[in-house]
Design a protein around this ligand. Sequence first.
Ligand code: NAD
Length: 478
Amino acid sequence: MTDFKDSYVMTIGGKSVGGGSQIEAFNPATKEVIASFPDARQDQLDDAVRSAREAFQTWSVAPLSERQQAVAAIGQAMTDNAEELMALLTREQGKPRAGAEWEIFGSADWCAQVSKMSLPDEVVEETDDRRVITRFSPLGVVGAITPWNFPVLLAIWKIAPALLTGNCMVLKPSPFTPLTTLKLGEICQSILPPGVFNVVSGGDDLGKWMTGHPDINKIAFTGHTETGKHVMRSAADNLKRLTLELGGNDPAIVLPDVDPKAVAPELFWGAFQNNAQFCNSIKRLYIHEDVYDEVRDALAEFAKGIRVGNGADEGTDIGPIQNLPQYEKVNDFFDDCASNGYTFALGGSVDRGAEGWFIPITLVDNPPENSRIVQEEPFGPILPLLKWSDEEDVIQRANDTRYGLGASVWGRDLEAVQRIGSRLDAGTVWLNEIHQYSPHQAFGGHKESGIGCENSVHGLMEYTNWHTITLNKSWGKG
Ligand code: NAD
């Protein structure tokens, strides 16, 4: 078990490293400062990159089984330290116990499953005269940059495949949720050779130094679409490889044959899981006009039984908004809806004097298609419900977005569900279910929701170069 002291350090070259200046971390349920963490200097980032580069010399050629065991050991250590990690995650992120369990045990399970994966050489040709193979060789030093909504899981989605394929890593968590990731770095000090996995903390500038760093070979980034564009521009200087997992505005389409009361809880959690601070939340809910009123009322009824509060309190279902800028951003959507006179089927008014950054669950009743709440990603618990009647029209409306991350379709007519689902332009389309992920399932965004993918063998390949090696066996034999 790791000692969970209330002090936070970076992990550079296998050692705990403090910073000169510190940044404060808040508990979003109380707005109180709970800790401070290092604000890395540029020379500390250079140290981390240098130690990763040195470690790469041996880690990249270590037997696969060694790297598999290391990834499995990270998962096991997360399980061993789960109670402390979950409590810390709730304190810094705000998510209630159930969400913290899902994230920490989910991350541990991810490591366990990824640790059994491999990318064998592809034999393209094997004859008496010639052998051609494509090997998947590691890239070198990967810079990972993560957001604040699922800080641990989204880090593991990068750490596990990158290390398994023989890369070394420098990881930068969001300045809003660095604490659990810094502890993960400390935990890994006793598991991995020095330099294989480094964790540095700091503000957005640290991210910019990473994307511009000449000795980082790839950036694995999850965050906003606009930030992703900055990352891509900056990474162009040395042609870094990129995986960009960006924003979404996921539609869900509800067919006229659903049972409103039965579908309501699934749609509710599809939209409000993690307090809707979820790239794959349902952000536009298109309900067929025949069942619109019933589904809307069933959703509002179900939502009344949901408790919003401090994630550390037993019985809390949904926590606060994670940080002040995001709280202000979500409030802006409330103001926009109110000033345009849209109707709220539930919620609609925020108590700005609350102890934490709390926002009530809110349903907006059929706002115009061109409204901000429909067109943009609020990343908070305010959901527009929209009416539809014509299948072609609803498909066109669902696809009419610059995003293409996820989508879902709900109905008993499986033929219709599949027909509509197959035409939705999104990286993941869920039919009569939602938010099912797997280490074996490719996950990524279409359009401005991202580039490349995470998870599955395709995700593993994103941490490798294609290395084609040909051998003319008969050469020199006369
Ligand atoms: P963000 O873009 O503000 O920050 C993400 C990370 O990038 C942070 O670590 C931040 O410090 C860093 N950063 C900021 N500016 C940078 C720059 N110029 N160069 C390099 N790094 C920089 O995003 P956020 O607010 O933390 O996360 C919310 C967003 O993430 C939402 O849009 C959400 O949809 C998206 N998201 C996407 C996925 C996915 O898998 N597609 C998953 C979760 C969240």
